[in-house]
Design a protein around this ligand. Sequence first.
Ligand code: FAD
Length: 461
Amino acid sequence: MNGLSEVNIGEFKKQFTGEVIVPEDANYDEVRQIWNAMIDRKPALIVRCTTPEDIIQAIEFGRTQNLLISIRGGGHNIAGNAVCDDGLMIDLSLMKGVEVDPTTRRANVEPGCTLGDFDAAAQAWGLATPLGINSTTGVAGLTLGGGFGWLSRKYGMTIDNLLSVEIITANGRQLHASEAENADLFWGVRGGGGNFGVITRFEFQLHPVGPNVLSGLIVFPFEQAKSVISQFARFTETMPEALNVWMVTRKAPPLPFLPEAVHGKEMVALALCYADDPEEGEKLIAPLRGFGTVLGEHIGVQPYTAWQQAFDPLLTKGARNYWKSHNFSQISEGVIDTIIEYAARLPSPHCEIFIGTIGGKTTSVAPEAMAYSSRDARYVMNVHGRWETAAEDERCITWAREFFAKSQPFASGGAYINFLTHDETDRIVFAYGTTWKRLVELKNKYDPMNLFRMNQNIKPA
Ligand SMILES: Cc1cc2nc3c(=O)[nH]c(=O)nc-3n(C[C@H](O)[C@H](O)[C@H](O)COP(=O)(O)OP(=O)(O)OC[C@H]3O[C@@H](n4cnc5c(N)ncnc54)[C@H](O)[C@@H]3O)c2cc1C
């Protein structure tokens, strides 16, 4: 139990400019709820910051009151670390400023921005940086874990485009960190999650993108999965960096471009985006249609911002989610067979297995150059368990765990910390691999008391 009283909350409110929410407030349940409905935690206090000074006050209050602190950006993290039981939830989701300088092609982004907020502001100038594939995800958590999406083969991980941060460390100091200043801290935040402090501003490099890009989906029958996925594996090994193709197998949603007979049936889809001249892209993607019998396709030249939102309807907040993930340097026959075996018995119509393709520029950085070290990963597979009711928990979690175990022998090692669930704390050291020792040293220096521990935690020694 915490020792919070109305008196000390009242004192705190005197200096705080944002909103303070206690369990008795009408919006408490709405604000504490995060993307993954499996997580149902009840903080003693929620503070919704609007300025960096608010964040300093909140950290100071949490430390002096000896409260467990959680930091919420977009609230998407599958492990649910944005919210804690009985502690202080520091909610940054109201801090949504984005400033774009089209001349230097740089953007300053506040920590409550979603990918959609950032993409919209940057695309107003025909610019973008690599982010994830679901527009409601938070820029903050995604960046701190590494970040990858459609543009990553051409422009690298999100962290490869991070130029500097403003960060408030556990002792309440506000620091600027970049390659030139507090370089050790800057190394740590590029993959080390929220372990070293609270970021109040991210500065990114932008690149000319679109504003229209060739993108979309091609759907094949599940019966042809072996052949389609094998060809996908070969094609993605040599495709140009501006092209990205991901594979997903699941039950077909009722998409208007698919015949009704296919709705609700297992299928294999290729999702693609070409971040260059669309006419050139058309030629490059033509072979994909020959991978099997096309059941339907929805490919065209559309605004990059629209493609960035294309999967939002399948990834809405409020469902129960349990994920398992492996990195691969290549897609071997063994893993293809295992994917097919488990995709044939999806435990819920919302479950899916996808392979996100990275490689290209993501592999051009030395593994120890930043905290994120999985530079040999060319594919990130996510076993996306997703369902509606608690009664389905056991069945769906068992399916995800079994598939994860069976596909492990084909994985290349490391793991993407942004895909780890709450019960995978034993995989954190493995996820970081060669950068782990240096991360612990950095934690000793910047957060020796482990004030920031609601994360994929790097415990101080
Ligand atoms: C539907 C969906 C799709 C996704 N797709 C992709 C994808 O395509 N590519 C990809 O790379 N990832 C993807 N992810 C994973 C995503 O990167 C992580 O879930 C990420 O943690 C989300 O960040 P957030 O700010 O929304 O999360 P939150 O839950 O708010 O934050 C996650 C953690 O980050 C830390 N944190 C947040 N803000 C700050 C801050 N300002 N300072 C310090 N620490 C902070 C905290 O420890 C917090 O617990 C996806 C996730 C979902 C749910």
